[in-house]
Ligand binder design. Structure first.
Ligand SMILES: NC(=O)c1ccc[n+]([C@@H]2O[C@H](COP(=O)([O-])OP(=O)(O)OC[C@H]3O[C@@H](n4cnc5c(N)ncnc54)[C@H](O)[C@@H]3O)[C@@H](O)[C@H]2O)c1
Length: 326
């Protein structure tokens, strides 16, 4: 199979690269390296089945050719991370919406129909406070949205494009709403909590919890996520569907901090930082976010293999190994 991965040098994308090259597929990655790293795919650069292009998906001259070559496309390229979204509220909208529309238009014009999997986000559920979030729920958009919601708005626009191309142009697109994904190669630089806590716990530094820490999230290991994405992309009955992808074991951010400290056998204290200090501006957080996975489990049989403790242990070991080597 020929697989095109936009944003394939990023955290999730690079695990998809590993998976498809292991299956002896041919993989082409396009990534502008704005938040991704070439080192994430460095192990494959000499593999004749792998091709890497550094380019912006919004302007990439060879997009049509790459789309025509592909049997399957994962569209992951996007401006992501709370810090970047708050710093670049216009880029988030412009890049995420234009990139997605340009890609879908190229697929429509390429003469045939590769499978497309579009990465959306649980952020589209906005400030909903339901215990479990279902794909067919009405979504809440705050009319005078602060920049924090621009990411959700961009992903919602992408979803609307994807469903419209699926319905009117017969493009086999699956939209996945990813919930918090964690694991190797995720960087804490743009506000992601797990890599930040792990580094702080290993270094014996205070773990900085933003807000009061009572907010809860459910985490999935990226190695489970990519198995689910691969199965969903290959499943014909997902065409034109939105599917939540994640785990449903909620944990508060305070408990997560304690768990990271315990697993790292660390003496780090926990410090709470008000959102205004953490993000440099007013910030609206969500009290909890947990997916309803009925649709996902009706479509694929895969069950996640990684517990949160196993992921934390693995990340802690990797940080220690890296520090020991430097
Ligand atoms: N990690 C999560 O928990 C999570 C949750 C919800 C949704 N998602 C979505 O999954 C996708 C992958 O996220 P990730 O966590 O791997 O983040 P990431 O930042 O590691 O990956 C995004 C990749 O896209 C690249 N990119 C950004 N703009 C680009 C452009 N204009 N042209 C080409 N490449 C560009 C970046 O360099 C990066 O490699 C994103 O679409 C994100 O919105 C992730």
């Amino acid at each position: 199979m020929h697989v095109l991965i936009t944003g394939g040098a990023g955290f999730i994308g690079s695990h998809l690269v590993d998976r498809h090259l292991t299956a002896r597929d041919k993989v082409h990655v396009v990534d502008d390296l704005s938040t991704g790293f070439q080192s994430n795919v460095a192990a494959h650069l000499s593999n004749p089945h792998f091709r890497f292009t550094q380019a912006d998906i919004v302007t990439w001259a060879d997009l049509n050719e790459a789309v025509t070559w592909a049997d399957r496309i994962y569209h992951l390229a996007a401006v992501v991370g709370v810090f970047r979204v708050l710093e670049r509220p216009i880029d988030v909208l412009a890049t995420n919406i234009a990139g997605c529309e340009r890609l879908l238009r190229a697929v429509d014009h390429c003469g045939w129909r590769p499978e497309v999997l579009l990465a959306s986000s649980s952020e589209v559920y906005g400030p909903r406070t339901d215990p479990c979030l279902r794909e067919d729920m009405d979504l809440i958009i705050q009319p005078e949205a602060p920049p924090r919601w621009n990411y959700a708005i961009s992903k919602l626009a992408d979803e609307a494009f994807a469903l419209s191309y699926a319905r009117t142009k017969d493009i086999p697109v699956t939209v996945v709403r990813l919930f918090n994904t964690v694991g190797p190669r995720q960087t804490g630089r743009y506000g992601m909590v797990v890599p930040r806590f792990v580094s702080q716990a290993v270094a014996g530094e205070p773990l900085t919890v933003f807000g009061d820490g009572a907010q809860s999230r459910s985490f999935t290991d990226v190695r489970d996520t990519v198995q689910m994405l691969d199965q969903l992309a290959g499943c014909a009955s997902t065409d034109g569907l939105i599917v939540n992808v994640g785990g449903n074991h909620e944990i508060s951010i305070n408990e997560l901090a304690e768990r990271a400290i315990e697993r790292a056998d660390s003496m780090s204290p926990v410090e709470h930082l008000p959102y205004e200090v953490a993000y440099g501006q007013e910030y609206v957080d969500i009290s909890h976010r947990c997916p309803d996975l009925t649709r996902l489990h009706g479509l694929i049989e895969y069950l996640p293999q990684w517990t949160l403790d196993a992921t934390l242990d693995d990340l802690i070991a990797r940080v220690r190994h890296r520090e020991g080597a430097s």
